[in-house]
Design a protein around this ligand. Structure first.
Ligand code: DAH
Length: 344
């Protein structure tokens, strides 16, 4: 019996190593410790055959052996567990030196950036913003703005008509009428938005963006118009941008002007963009026609006004050196991404 124990002890010591797989370890435990047919429980069963007087001594020896064997199995079990955990940690480890997956956020469209910029500039001068409807009546888009139905200016704007009296606005100028109808002077308002004309080439799209400006108060003059637009040009382009007014014609303003700024490409020396003139036309404006004030029940002998209409897409193209208006409407992600840094 003692011999058998020593033999098993040697066997267990030899077979039970830290290099075992979990499977092999389980099998060994079965082999030696299983209550059913394990070698050690079998030894205990054999106690029956030991003479009575020797039993206490053998009992002690077998017990001591069993405790030893269980201790060995526990030790190896612990070291296998430690190795398994280490392996798991290694395979699931996060490499913190790897570049992170970036969450790509969107960016504002350049036209939106310029619209915000213009609104900010005029908000600092005390302007409100009025959002007029894109589907307008003939009255607001034309008649009230001193463009009666037989007026030649109607033919110039290729209007999308919905019915005879309802149309897609061709300009943001109807915002002037709606504002003057709803408010008493003094008025200082901007009306930005989409406008529509049946026109499509390198410099025109059927939908584009305008920003109307209107000031109505006592003693408003061309000087006020010039001062505001000169400030706008210096803020939008560069501080040394110069502005000039050229006489023009719009039915809703008298006198009317077209506003040029020194070419943002060549600084006024003359280049292809400004066709050698050094100047670039950026917007139209003027002193609100007396008839328009009268149409809105504002007394033209007491009040005067200034108005201007800015092509937001045109300003965007000039500011960012975009040579084809369709680039603004293609929504090519490679174009839009270039404006990310401008977002605030
Ligand atoms: N509505 C004009 C256009 O679409 C632009 C414009 C010119 C607006 C002069 C004005 C203005 O308010 O005074 O061409």
């Amino acid at each position: 019996m003692k011999q058998k124990i020593e033999q098993l002890r040697a066997q267990i010591s030899a077979e039970l190593t830290a290099g075992l797989s979990r499977e092999e370890f389980k099998k060994l435990r079965e082999k030696y410790l299983s209550n059913k047919a394990g070698e050690i429980p079998n030894l205990m069963k054999e106690m029956r055959n030991v003479p009575k007087e020797e039993r206490p001594e053998f009992g002690k020896i077998i017990n001591e052996f069993k405790v030893w064997a269980e201790g060995r199995f526990d030790e190896i079990d612990a070291s296998l567990k430690a190795a398994e955990l280490a392996g798991k940690n290694a395979s699931e480890a996060v490499d913190i030196t790897m570049p992170a997956v970036k969450n790509d956020t969107g960016s504002l469209h350049p036209t939106t950036l310029v619209r915000h910029e213009i609104i900010n500039i005029f908000a600092n001068m005390g302007f409100d913003v009025f959002d007029g409807p894109e589907i307008e009546t003939d009255y607001y888009n034309f008649t009230a703005l001193n463009v009666p139905s037989d007026h030649p200016a109607r033919a110039e704007q290729d209007t999308f008509y919905i019915t005879e009296q309802i149309l897609l606005r061709t300009q943001t100028s109807p915002g002037q009428i709606r504002t003057m109808e709803a408010n008493k002077p003094p008025i200082k308002v901007l009306s930005p938005g989409r406008v529509f004309r049946s026109d499509d080439d390198a410099t025109h799209t059927p939908m584009f963006h305008q920003m109307e400006g209107l000031v109505v108060d006592k003693n408003i003059s061309v000087c006020d118009l010039y001062g505001m637009l000169d400030l706008l040009a210096k803020e939008i382009f560069t501080a040394d941008t110069k502005t000039r007014l050229r006489p023009s014609y719009f039915p809703f303003t008298e006198p009317s002007v077209e506003v040029d700024v020194t070419c943002c490409e060549c600084g006024g020396k003359g280049c292809r963009l400004c066709k050698g003139t050094g100047w670039i036309e950026v917007l139209g404006g003027g002193i609100v026609n007396r008839k328009v004030l009268e149409n809105c029940n504002i007394d033209p002998d007491v009040y005067s006004g200034l108005a201007f209409g800015i092509g937001i897409d045109r300003i965007t193209m000039l500011k960012y050196g975009i040579n084809n208006i369709h680039i603004l409407f293609d929504n090519d992600i490679r174009t839009l991404k270039q404006f990310k840094q401008q977002n605030r």
